[in-house]
Design a protein around this ligand. Structure first.
Ligand code: UDX
Ligand code: ADP
Length: 491
């Protein structure tokens, strides 16, 4: 049964999405909202995650998501742990499972670990009794579709599978907005008549709300590579401006003024030019490492080296921040209380995957600081888990992670910025939450140890105002405080 060519209008199509995470959950909720005649089931092996999707406390914080879920849940949107039943019933199966970076063996530290993907593919082949379209939704290395296709066809018992690549471009914090109004939807498929028909079927789903000229169709490999390329380009802009921020500090230029002036060039544009303590999130680093690995495997070491620099500058920026802080505070933070405002990798999300806060906090803990952390959306449990976890371990399903992580004793987590900063020697802003812009810094100053330091990793505070209050202020890429100028250069 291949749909396409308008067949969908007459038939109740069933979609199943394997993986109820940051991508699968919001994407399927919006498909269900915009396509009331399509039945959408989101399935996951994690019982707590599915229970949360079925409760009033959704497992992820995303502005606007709750309204969408409330409208469709129980109507044509279902969350279930009965993975096999829903895959069996589906016409289209989206796969949105974890693709961690390998931590051992061939390609360790770079290549994607396709264990979860492979087991999902084998299960699809096992339970299917009808032809299906299988859609890659989670980011995967180029040519994954080929591997998946092999697993499916070699185990298919005569059933036909068409593989499509339909990468997700949503950004967290604006996921619902991005899904409602995508810059583009990208669908890659085989260039055979069956492949083209499958593309058409998926196109019809999105055409319920996305203008047709914004739905791009390509071959499979272009779609897979476009996702990696888009994330690499975005991350590269941030590393470029962050590299400039170091030079700004050395020369007295102001990175905000420089990026504004640069971004006014219509060929460059103003977006993604905010200097920061470093980029985080589940995609950028992982996708670039993947790209690097693919380049190396294809005999392109120069290209691999080029993209590696984007990550190196990001690591440099996080180290530079920690070094700047420690050297400003008389070269030691041992036993000093440092308040950390913000732990999520960006504002408007509770997601901490690859957040620069992890590296900054670990750096400060390495120097024996005591940390008091406040983030409006991140729980103590999550912070403790992140600070005790090994690099790359975050991308494994929750139930496979240690249940009771060792508590990092020098870390306290509080639910209020004033509490976090009370009696602190210094405060760091690591996430650009709007509420941090409105804090009463005079009150904070009065309750801190003196000299009181502010290290703004997101350039959100009014530096002049804070200096007037009496703070010693470091703000990424901004002209240095006299206090900091006299210190040896930081690398
Ligand atoms: C990214 C891509 O934007 C999205 O298209 C893709 O589907 C997934 O990866 P996301 O990781 O959710 O989305 O967030 P994004 O807004 O891209 O921010 C990534 C990181 O870069 C954050 O840590 C953010 O704070 C940082 N950033 C962003 C900067 O430091 N400066 C900027 O100017 C922009
Ligand atoms: P993303 O940000 O890409 O959405 P997440 O880690 O948030 O990634 O979500 C991936 C989800 O996929 C997790 O909830 C995990 O439990 C689920 N998952 C992994 N493997 C399987 C599988 N074989 N079957 C069902 N769900 C799976």
């Amino acid at each position: 049964m291949w749909l396409g060519n308008g067949v969908m209008k007459d038939k109740m199509v069933k979609i199943c999405c394997i993986g109820a995470g940051y991508v699968g959950g919001p994407t399927m909720a919006v498909i269900a909202l915009k396509c009331p005649k399509i039945e959408v089931a989101v399935v996951d092996i994690s019982v707590p995650r599915i229970n949360a999707w079925n409760s009033d406390q959704l497992p992820i914080y995303e502005p606007g998501l709750e309204d969408v879920v409330k409208e469709c849940r129980g109507r044509n949107l279902f969350f279930s742990t009965d993975v096999e039943k829903h895959v069996f019933e589906a016409d289209i199966v989206f796969v949105s499972v974890n693709t961690p970076t390998k931590t051992r063996g061939l390609g360790a530290g770079k290549a994607a670990d396709l264990t979860y993907w492979e087991s999902a593919a084998r299960m699809i082949a096992d339970v299917s009794k009808s032809d299906k379209i299988v859609v890659e939704k989670s980011t995967v290395p180029v040519k994954t579709a080929e591997a998946i296709e092999k697993i499916l066809t070699h185990n298919s018992k005569g059933i036909k599978f068409q593989i499509l690549s339909n990468p997700e471009f949503l950004a967290e914090g604006t996921a619902i907005k991005d899904l409602f109004n995508p810059d583009r939807v990208l669908i890659g498929g085989r260039e055979t008549p069956e492949g083209q028909k499958a593309i058409q079927t998926l196109k019809e789903v999105y055409a319920h709300w996305v203008p047709e000229d914004q739905i791009l169709t390509t071959n499979l490999w272009s779609a897979e590579l476009s996702k990696l390329a888009a994330n690499a380009f975005l991350a590269q802009r941030i590393s470029s401006v962050n590299a400039m921020s170091a030079l700004c500090e050395a020369t007295g230029a102001d990175v905000t003024q420089v990026s504004f002036a640069v971004g006014k060039d219509s060929r460059i544009g103003p977006k993604f030019l905010n200097a920061s303590v470093g980029f985080g999130g589940s995609c950028f680093q992982k996708d670039i490492l993947n790209l690097v690995y693919i380049c190396e495997c294809n005999g392109l070491p120069e290209v691999a080296e080029y993209w590696k620099q984007v990550i190196k500058i990001n690591d440099y920026q996080k180290n530079r921040f920690v070094n700047r802080l420690v050297s400003s505070m008389f070269n030691t933070v041992a036993t000093k209380k440092i308040a950390i405002l913000g732990f999520a990798f960006k504002k408007d999300t509770g997601d901490t995957r690859e957040t620069p806060a992890i590296d900054v906090c670990k750096g400060l803990l390495g120097d024996k600081a005591r940390l008091s952390i406040y983030d409006p959306q991140v729980t103590e449990d999550q912070i403790q888990r992140d600070l005790s976890m090994k690099k790359f371990d975050w991308d494994h399903p929750l139930h496979l992670q240690p249940m009771s992580p060792t508590t990092v004793k020098q870390v306290g987590v509080v639910w209020d910025a004033y509490e976090a900063t009370k009696d602190a020697h210094g405060l760091c802003i690591l996430t650009e939450w709007d509420e941090f812009k409105k804090l009463d810094f005079q009150r904070i100053y009065d309750n801190m140890q003196k000299p009181a330091f502010v290290f703004d990793g997101r350039n959100i505070v009014n530096v002049d105002k804070l200096r007037e209050i009496g703070f010693i202020v470091y703000s990424i890429g901004k002209p240095l405080d006299a206090w900091l100028k006299d210190l040896p250069a930081v690398a």
